[in-house]
Design a protein. Structure first.
Lengths: 197, 344
């Protein structure tokens, strides 16, 4: 009797899983937690495991982020002045720039705790997920994820750290460059950035 | 536990005493440096803008700051922003073709920009942009501050960080934060936020009495849970509807605007350190605060810079975004709804 009761609960939990897994907050939480697992994985200690860690993080990133949406929003009106090949290269380069800039910082994560506060629906297909990172230095860093629903799943297209939107920040920089130069120049700048240290 | 902290902290203060000397190396104007320097010099946080239309849009801000207004502002943005994201490949269509080739569609033109840009912020009016007529001067100052950080502040902070253990440095940080209580308290009052003022007063009392003169921060613990109200005079002026004006980078202080400069000067009169005599003791303490802060956030500035395509523009934009948001949220980091509950 007892056993079947527990079984029933377990089944109902399993069944309800997809229901909440669809919500934006859960998507973010699940993927961020997966990322934390990788970072804290005792089997992946030391410099030698760095590449393995990065590879795992990339997979999680692919699940969570929508590169193309991010690229579009970053370029905004300038997106249309790039041809398709340039757009594809831009999305690829932009992603590499971000990875380069942040991966080492992320690999340094250890003592930080992440609190997933809430989500707020902006529309049926857009939501912002609010989280806070509590650092060991007694600081609280608010980070929110802007998500969009496509093909039934939620993906992140912007990250807002300390109230500063990543997409807006890069948009300002890219606008600045594109106001004086052609798209090819922007791509070349990004290529250099990716190549350079 | 406290028995352990005390000696450690004493040590910290001994080091603090020496701060005047590192400080004189820090810059020509050490007495200025300090109350909010972290964000300016090192933090990943603030700064920013765009130069196209110089629209200091603060007047609207004031009107729009209330939680209700935010709610309203957000709603109209919704239908608009939903469309452009899908672009030509509307969700339904995309779903059908998901297996086939959504790729080609993905890279298609976008139909509407402005709304798509708003994201879930939803606030229409307040574009985070700032005029930058002094760009050549500002860029020069940016480079000056950059060198100041890499050549002086960072090495000093790193050396200091090696000598003083992290818990002690966190306590020193708490101490200075507690000391700046009048700034937050008075600005809460100036913003007619009695709830915030009460919280600040409570925090100050709790942390001063139970937190060993502000070295610890029991008020932030889960049981007491009095969140710090980040307020400053520049923000107060913003809530009154005063625009930010143009962008200016000060040596040592970093990114600012005329409004925030007035704010900084105004706030400095509320800092107890301003009344310490002789003046260089107060100045030294502020410089020490800056070094201490830096030692706790080494790597932030580097990351910001490393991630940027044009670091000057990136910092300017981050500054403007950060200040705008701060005025909208009136200092709390809480998401809008939560805040609505606190201050109906």
């Amino acid at each position: 009797m007892k056993r079947s009761f527990i079984l029933a609960i377990a089944i109902s939990l399993l069944l309800s899983l997809p229901a909440w897994a669809g919500a934006p907050l859960d998507t973010v939480q699940i993927n961020v937690n997966k990322g934390l697992e990788v970072l804290r994985d005792p089997k992946l200690k030391g410099d030698s495991a760095k590449e393995a860690k990065k590879e795992k993080l990339r997979l999680i990133y692919n699940n969570l982020f929508d590169d193309v949406e991010m690229g579009k929003r970053t370029l905004s009106r300038n997106w249309n002045s790039l041809n398709t090949a340039q757009r594809q290269e831009f999305v690829k380069l932009f992603r590499q720039v971000l990875e380069k800039a942040y991966v080492d910082r992320i690999l340094d994560y250890k003592d930080e705790k992440i609190v997933f506060d809430k989500e707020s629906m902006v529309s049926d297909t857009q939501a912002e997920v609010y989280t806070r990172v509590l650092t060991s230095a007694n600081k609280e860093i608010p980070i929110s994820y802007r998500t969009i629903k496509k093909d039934g799943s939620w993906r992140v297209y912007d990250v807002v750290i300390e109230n500063v939107s990543l997409v807006l920040n890069y948009r300002t920089q890219f606008n600045d460059i594109l106001a004086k130069n052609n798209p090819e120049h922007l791509l070349e700048t990004l290529r250099q950035k990716v190549k350079g240290q | 536990m406290k028995a352990f902290w005390l000696p450690v902290l004493l040590l910290a203060f001994v080091v603090a005493g020496c701060a005047h000397s590192p400080d004189s190396t820090v810059s020509a104007a050490p007495q200025v440096m300090a109350s909010l320097p972290v964000t300016q010099e090192t933090a990943p946080a603030p700064t920013a803008i765009q130069k196209e239309p110089p629209v200091p849009e603060a007047p609207t801000i004031a009107a729009d700051t209330g939680p209700l207004a935010q709610e309203k502002a957000r709603t109209p943005a919704v239908p608009a922003s939903a469309t452009p994201s899908g672009g030509p490949g509307a969700p339904a269509l995309a779903a059908q073709e998901a297996a086939a080739a959504p790729k080609a569609d993905e890279f298609g033109d976008i139909a509407e920009f402005e709304e798509g840009e708003k994201g879930s912020g939803g606030e229409k009016v307040e574009k985070p942009e700032i005029a930058d007529p002094l760009e050549p001067f500002n860029r020069a100052m940016y480079h000056f501050n950059d060198k100041l950080y890499y050549w002086v502040l960072k090495p000093v902070a790193q050396g200091y960080g090696k000598v003083v253990p992290k818990p002690a440095r966190v306590s020193v940080d708490n101490f200075f934060t507690n000391l700046a209580f009048p700034i937050r308290f008075v600005n809460c009052l100036l913003q007619a936020d009695l709830g915030g003022a009460a919280k600040e007063l409570g925090r100050f009392t709790v942390n001063t009495v139970w937190g060993v003169g502000g070295l610890l921060d029991p008020a932030s613990s889960e049981e007491i849970d009095l969140a710090r109200q980040d307020r400053d005079f520049g923000q107060t002026l913003g809530t009154y509807g005063i625009g930010q004006g143009f962008y200016i980078t000060w040596p040592v202080f970093g990114p600012s605007s005329p409004r925030d400069t007035v704010g900084l000067v105004g706030d400095s009169f509320l800092l107890p350190l301003a009344y310490v005599s002789p003046w260089y003791v107060g100045g030294g303490a502020r410089a020490y605060d800056m070094v201490n802060d830096t030692s706790l956030s080494i790597g932030d500035y580097e990351a910001l810079q490393g991630a940027a395509i044009d670091p000057y523009v990136a910092i300017r934009d981050a500054y403007v975004q950060y200040r705008l948001k701060k005025i909208q949220l009136k200092g709390s980091n809480a998401p809008p709804d939560k805040k609505g509950l606190q201050k109906p």
